[in-house]
Every structure is written in structure tokens, then in C-alpha cells.
Design a protein around this ligand. Sequence first.
Ligand SMILES: Cc1ncc(COP(=O)(O)O)c(/C=N/[C@H](C(=O)O)[C@@H](O)C(C)C)c1O
Length: 382
Amino acid sequence: GKFGEFGGRHVPEPLEEPLQGLADAFDRFVDDEEFQSELSYYLKHFAGRPTPVFYAETLSERYDAEIYFKHEDLLHGGAHKLNNTLGQALLAKRAGKERLIAETGAGQHGTATAMVGALLDIDTTVYMGRKDIQRQEMNVFRMRLMGADVEEVTRGNEGLAEAVDAALEDLIESYEDTHYLVGSAVGPDPFPRMVREFQSVIGEEAREQIKELHGDLPDACVACVGGGSNAIGLWHAFKDDDVAFYGAEPGGIDDAHHSAPLSKTRKDEPEIFQGMKTKVIDEDTENHSVSAGLDYPAVGPEHAALQALGRAEYHAVSDEEALAAFRELSESEGIIPALEPSHAIALAIKLAEEDRQDTILVNLCGRGDKDMQTAAEKFDLS
Ligand SMILES: Cc1ncc(COP(=O)(O)O)c(/C=N/[C@H](C(=O)O)[C@@H](O)C(C)C)c1O
């Protein structure tokens, strides 16, 4: 459960046993024929896999590169999150759990958890900070429409970190019958490697699709990094290939307001955060991103390790650059991306403009429907 000096399981004693139980269940079922065929069935018939890879002709010509998008925004629910919630919910069922709990910030993971709770008829509770409930009302309504209980968390910053703490406190009391469905490749072992496993379907498909379309592997794979699940899900299948990995972190407004622990933190000491040893933004930095999905002060431990190894590069993309890319993809290709992958699109454009990479595969991990309110405030198109 470690990634070099990062990762591990740093939790209060009462969580040790339940998390080891989860790790044992994961190790037991992950290669189980029946589990895999049930997961494949739902990924195909419920989630809509495989998602396409799309060649962005206008953007490619504009920047003299070959830019491809893994169309993960077409997955049921509008983001990559369902890959992970399906896998974990089916695992929880096999482990005899009767209840799901989850944290959410942007509400995409919460929605994807409510979807599998409804689909598989499992009682579901989603913890969400009051601040996030106010700025993602439609996702709250979607979760409740599907029968999930959305618990408002009103402590501290009323954001994602507080929602995670509330979920962990619930788990300590309820782990006998409850599975905590973690939304990204973060937290104590086994969560980072389990979420990577369930998201790695993205890269497995894309690697075959791009060889088919382009006749070769790409030079680079680019993805936005909040907790890090869509990025590791795209990259894992390419890990032994001569393919560069670029992570777009939320550079926010300036050095004092961002959520970019890998590209904008002064300290280089890892620290323990929500059960994992990883990188966290500096104390005097305010956690901020225009996109709720990237608004997270830490990052998954495998990304900290990939950076330390030099296997992946992480670049901060500001709110402004992300909004510009959001608008550019909309008008150049007729695809409205979520604000989260807009950070990856901005980075891909930079790499193409600087002639650093020729063939670039970008993870388009969410669609922009949920961001129309924010976008309308930023762009006066009347
Ligand atoms: C459309 C979309 N794209 C990317 C992300 C970032 O999550 P990762 O892929 O795990 O880095 C997210 C993250 N969403 C989480 C959520 O909906 O709860 C996020 O808000 C929290 C994990 C911070 C997302 O919604």
C-alpha cells in the first residue's frame, strides 16, 4: 500500500481492522471471474463503455499538433466517477455490506455514488460541506432524486476535507455493515490502489483506440489532477511505454490561493493527511480553484511518487487559463468540457504551442453541464 515514501495507512486504531478487511476483500475479488464479468456488464450496459477517443481536428490544426480526447464525459452521469463507484459498490455487496457512505465536493462523486446505490438497491448517505451544497445545488437535487441521503457538514471550512472527516467518523461506528466509497485515488491503503484499478479501464481502452486511430502510441497523456483518479486511470495502461505524463493542477488565482500541492508548494516534506502520507499545500495557502472538482488541498500518494521519480510532470493551470480553454474547446469542437478537464486542455495547448509534444491524448473526464452557472457569470455572451 505504499508508493515509495508516500501512501500507507495512517489511521486511528479502530479503522485498522476494517481497512485491512477491505484490502483483503479487494485482493480476493479483483481477479475473480464472476466479479469482473458483473462489473464489465454494468460498465457496458449501464455506464455506456467503451467511451470514444475523438481527434480534435480544429484544435490540432490551430496548434500544429495531433490532439485526441478520451471522451470520458460521455460516461453515464457526465464524469469518470461512475467507473470507481460501480467497482467499489459491487465489491461492497460481495463483502456483505448493506450501506454506502461517501464524501463529495463538486457533487460528481456523490452523484455517481447515489447512482450505484439506486441501481444496486443499497442504502446510501453522502456527506457534503454546506459551502459545496450551496454551489452545486443541482447535483444535490440529483442525489436526493435517486434516493440518497445528503448530510450537510457544517464544521470548519464546510468543504470536502470536512466531509471526509464526517464520513470517517461514521465509518468508525458503522464499518460492520457500511462501505465508505472513497471518490478519488486518495486516503489510506487500499483506497489509492483500488480506485486506480477501477479507473484504469480508461487507459486500457484509450491505448488500443489511439493505436487504431493514430497508428502509434501518443507522445504524451495529459489529465487534470484533483485527488488524481482520472489521471492515474488514463496513465496506468501506459506506465511501461515511452509516453510522457503531464498532470494539470489547479493553479487558482495566485501563489496564495490555489490547490496545487505538487507544482506550487514551497515545502518538499511529505505529511500525513486523511490517512495517507502525501503532499499538501502550504499552511499559508488558501485552498482554491474555480472548479469544485479540483478544489482539494492534497493529492493522491501515487502522484507524489510519480513526481519524485520524474515519471510525471505536474504544471499549475490558473482559473483564467482553464476558463479560456473551457471556452476554446466549446467553440472549436462543439464540446463543452467540465471546468476540471479544462485545466488539462489548457496544459495540452501549452505543450503543443511550445512544440514540446506532437501527439497528445487528453482525458476529457467530465462535461460542462454542471458548470453553466459559473460559466454564465464569467462570460457575458448576450
Ligand atoms: C468532473 C470531475 N473531474 C475531475 C475531478 C477530480 O477528481 P480526480 O479525477 O480524482 O482528480 C472531479 C472531482 N470530483 C470530486 C467530487 O465530485 O466529489 C471532487 O469534488 C472531490 C474529490 C474533491 C470531477 O468531478
